[in-house]
Design a protein around this ligand. Structure first.
Ligand code: NAG
Ligand code: NAG
Ligand code: NAG
Ligand code: NAG
Ligand code: NAG
Ligand code: NAG
Ligand code: NAG
Length: 414
């Protein structure tokens, strides 16, 4: 296969808007695509656009990369598992954690909104490398820096099935069933990134879950790169539920909110930034997604956690269909084991297994009406847009036979 001059020039021109990576793209293209065997059988040749068009005709062999765009306490571990359980998916749980701890070691909650933007360029670079199964790229962010491509410090390694099973780790056999995160960390030897790279290359898809990317617009450069074939699943949840869950989970950061919850009095110095950040990010991102810009055609799906919780199997099938992946028995079994309180034997180790439907709205019993009312006024636009009903009295809030999640279908832009 030839790599024409025209291709190179076109590619270089196209990559000008992509900060940080312009040069790398050209090199990647040359090294990975032009010299590699034509893994797609797509007659890659003319220019990037026709490459994309041609590949639309042979997508069965085309590798799809997946990004779960989420925020903390929105159910993202649960959604991550829906991919982690698939045998042809190489799943990573929040690799951008390492970018954050390197670039912003002293993350201050009140400056978070600004500081995480500092990470974006580096984050995109890392994502691009990981989708190409270049796991060595992570090494410059891991502390202490791995020696001989081996580390014990990969964040939540145990949350990735591929990193706990052959060939990366030989402590378990396939008949052991689901590997618990803690068991993986205890029993597997140090992570050999060379083996992890091999494991990644053996699988058709890479799925990455992150809460470090504010909105889908921040991924435009990656989404527009046809070689990545990236599809984004944006996970949203009722901000009132997110707030309630964070108050319980992040006790320091949400201290003032907890005081409000426990005493019934709103602290005068309550910091709104955490709440406005969630709602503004959702609003910006969802508005972009639903406005259907051409660059998102076939690449963006909006999923409400509540819908997933209400009907996990059906919703998961829709997600898989959108991605063009086949659903596997293993994924269905996992859903069976970890939702709706059936299969009592399944333990809840990941924070994902529970009576998911009942749990999705249980925040209503935890937050006072004043806190809910306040949140509703701060987040009004996004509540409306996502179909979450506001309540107008404490009675409405506590009456669990009224659902606050309206039936709403978001038609995917195909
Ligand atoms: C990691 O795995 C590779 C491939 O099997 C092997 O060549 C290398 O020696 C391993 N590294 C260590 C430190 O064991
Ligand atoms: C509700 O609050 C209790 C304790 O105050 C906590 O244990 C529980 O996890 C909370 N539930 C939710 C859904 O936030
Ligand atoms: C491409 O993938 C979609 C979704 O899986 C499928 O419906 C379609 O038939 C495929 N097209 C070709 C030409 O294989
Ligand atoms: C438990 O999960 C298995 C699959 O792992 C399924 O066959 C079985 O029906 C489930 N049991 C119940 C009670 O749902
Ligand atoms: C489902 O639960 C059964 C029984 O505990 C277990 O044997 C099986 O490995 C589980 N499957 C998945 C995919 O979690
Ligand atoms: C609810 O919020 C609105 C708008 O912020 C405010 O005017 C009203 O006083 C609040 N009601 C209660 C009961 O807190
Ligand atoms: C709760 O809502 C339902 C449905 O609107 C209503 O029929 C019922 O009377 C309400 N219960 C209370 C205690 O207000």
């Amino acid at each position: 296969m030839k790599c024409s001059r025209k291709t190179m020039i076109l590619l270089a021109l196209m990559s000008i808007p992509i900060q940080y990576t312009a040069i790398k793209i050209v090199i990647d293209f040359y090294v990975h695509k032009c010299l590699f065997p034509n893994l797609l059988n797509c007659g890659l040749g003319q220019d990037v656009k026709s490459f994309d068009r041609m590949c639309d005709n042979c997508n069965s062999s085309r590798k799809t990369n997946i990004l779960i765009l989420a925020t903390t306490r929105s159910g993202s571990s649960f959604v991550g598992q829906l991919f982690n359980q698939h045998s042809d998916v190489f799943y990573l749980f929040e690799p951008l954690y390492h970018v954050q701890t390197t670039l912003i070691p002293h993350l201050s909650p009140s400056r978070y909104a600004v500081e995480r933007r500092v990470m974006l360029g580096a984050s995109r670079d890392l994502l691009r490398s990981l989708y190409n199964c270049d796991l060595y790229f992570l090494e410059s962010y891991i502390k202490p820096q791995p020696a001989s491509h081996t580390t014990d410090k990969l964040f939540r390694r145990g949350a990735s099935k591929a990193l706990c099973s052959m060939p990366v780790c030989d402590a378990f056999s396939p008949s052991d069933g689901n590997i618990e995160e803690g068991d993986c960390v205890r029993k597997c030897a140090s992570l050999n990134l060379t083996l992890a790279t091999e494991s990644c290359r053996e699988r058709r898809h890479v799925a990455i879950k992150t809460v470090c990317i504010p909105e889908v617009n921040d991924l435009k450069a990656l989404i527009e790169d046809p070689r990545l074939n990236l599809k984004v699943i944006q996970l949203v949840r009722d901000p009132r539920g997110i707030l309630s869950s964070r108050i319980e989970t992040f006790r320091d950061t949400y201290r003032l909110w907890r005081i409000w919850k426990d005493t019934g009095r709103k602290p005068y110095n309550l910091d709104l930034i955490q709440l406005t950040t969630v709602c503004d990010d959702f609003l910006n991102s969802v508005s972009t997604g639903l406005s259907r810009p051409p660059w998102l055609r076939g690449r963006y799906m909006l999923v409400r956690y509540e819908d997933l919780a209400r009907n996990p199997l059906q919703k998961t099938k829709e997600v898989y269909e959108f991605l063009g992946l086949s659903m596997e028995k293993n994924v269905m079994d996992w859903i069976h084991n970890n939702t709706k309180g059936n299969n009592k034997s399944a333990a809840n180790k990941y924070g994902t297994s529970r009576d998911s439907a009942a749990n999705a709205e249980s925040w209503r019993l935890n937050l006072s009406y004043e806190m809910v009312n306040y949140t509703q006024s701060v987040c009004k636009h996004i509540l409306d847009k996502l179909g979450y009903k506001a309540v107008n009295s404490p009675e409405e809030l506590k009456n669990m036979s009224l659902s606050l999640t309206e039936d709403k279908t978001f038609i995917h832009f195909m």
